[in-house]
Write a protein that binds this ligand. Structure first.
Ligand SMILES: Nc1nc2c(c(=O)[nH]1)N[C@H]1C(S)=C(S)[C@@H](COP(=O)(O)O)O[C@H]1N2
Ligand SMILES: [Mo]
Length: 384
């Protein structure tokens, strides 16, 4: 027998149903909206210039929004797969013959292709990022951000176009069997069963791979790349060796340069240790889907900035000893620079900072993305 394209009448079960698709789609929409909003926030928090600075409190604000981002993005994976599975037979529906209908069908399927493509791109690059594997050449952050707008736009169009269908599908009883589907075989699970399995899969996926984003959930996070651990009880994103800073960071002649206009001061680690020391509990919250709270000790950044006669109101740039790859530079918006909790940290969890956590000195500030907490400081410069 020659293989042929399946027709709606050949559908394997009653599960390929608009009522299932609409119910899964509703939660998929919630996940995408959450991921989109928290993603915009994260993108903005990482910007070198913030026209409107984000608040410095709560100190765990970024930790929570980033956790929500990773949780909603991961939960979206099974939802997206089930949604695609319930509707895929529609792809094989015979195209209409009349011109107007052909044009509409092409537009509709085109926008759905865009949506599916963008959604798959977002969840795939997001998951791959969580595993810290970058099998591509482009900037993850820029691509993930740009495609998020494509996905959001295509999703809005899709929901607008389908609104009458969605409304009708959500209003109809899941158990009712329409006369035209009476001859379709019943599946091993009914529609309610499929939905229950889908919710279970989404919840499990979120907790298992993204639970590492919030302390307390990390024992459940069996798939998370960097669970509790690492030197001094805090995970390490990039080691000193990977950053190529071992020689310079362990050089006894190391100094941190402070610069404000023509005022320049250079302080070694012992000099920093002789200044008033503070201790703060602050999280490191990584965009790659983990976070950990540390007890950091060191010099208040603002105390140092006053030594070079900074008066506040200016952003501050942090340069690392590191020469290549990401993380070697960050800009701290003015309100964070004068915040009493922002430290040039010299110690972590009761011991001197380990080499991998940024020895001899690193930045730690409240409510900031981990990637901006620059390690192995070489130079701090007041901008303006
Ligand atoms: N110089 C430098 N600083 C850096 C990085 C880096 O690669 N180089 N990684 C950043 C990232 S992505 C994170 S999440 C935190 C992790 O800090 P930790 O390794 O002490 O946990 O450091 C940040 N500071
Ligand atoms: Mo990170």
């Amino acid at each position: 027998m020659r293989p042929r394209v399946p027709r709606p009448g050949d559908l394997p079960s009653r599960l390929h149903d608009v009522r299932v698709a609409a119910r899964v789609g509703r939660w998929l929409g919630v996940c995408f909206a959450l991921a989109f909003v928290t993603g915009l926030l994260s993108h903005y928090a990482q910007a070198a210039h913030q026209p409107i600075p984000l608040p410095t409190r709560p100190v765990w604000g970024y930790q929570v929004t980033q956790a929500l981002h990773v949780l909603s993005g991961t939960a979206a994976v099974p939802l997206l797969l089930v949604k695609l599975w319930t509707v895929y037979p529609r792809l094989f529906q015979r195209p209409p013959r009349e011109l107007r209908a052909v044009v509409l069908t092409v537009l509709e399927r085109g926008s759905i292709a865009l949506l599916v493509g963008a959604a798959l791109f977002e969840v795939t690059t997001g998951l791959v990022n969580v595993t810290q594997w970058y099998p591509w050449q482009f900037s993850f952050r820029r691509a993930h951000y740009a495609v998020a707008w494509v996905a959001a736009g295509a999703l809005l169009v899709h929901v607008a176009v389908k609104l009458p269908v969605i409304r009708d599908a959500l209003a109809r009883d899941l158990d009712e069997t329409a006369p035209q589907e009476a001859d379709r075989p019943a599946a091993p699970v009914d529609r309610r069963g499929l939905l229950r399995l889908t919710w279970l899969a989404a919840g499990t996926a979120a907790v298992a791979s993204a639970g590492g984003t919030l302390p307390g959930l990390d024992r459940l996070a069996v798939l998370s790349a960097r669970r509790a651990g690492g030197p001094q009880g805090v995970p390490v994103n990039r080691t000193a060796r990977a950053a190529g800073v071992v020689a310079e960071a362990t050089d006894p002649g190391w100094v941190c340069e402070l610069r404000h206009r023509d005022r320049v001061i250079r302080l070694g680690r012992d000099e920093l240790l002789s200044l008033p020391q503070r201790t703060v509990d602050l999280p490191i919250a990584c965009v790659e889907g983990w976070s950990a709270v540390g007890t950091w000790s060191g010099v208040r950044l603002w105390d140092l900035l006053r030594l070079v006669e900074a008066t506040g109101g200016a952003d501050v740039a942090f340069h690392s000893l590191q020469r290549r790859r990401g993380g070697r530079f960050s800009v701290l918006p003015a309100p964070f620079a004068s915040d009493p909790l922002t430290l040039v940290a010299l110690g972590l969890n009761g011991a001197p900072l380990s080499l991998d956590h940024g020895f001899p000195a690193r930045l730690i500030a409240p409510n900031r993305p981990g990637v901006t907490q620059t390690k192995w400081l070489a130079r701090i410069e007041v901008l303006g």
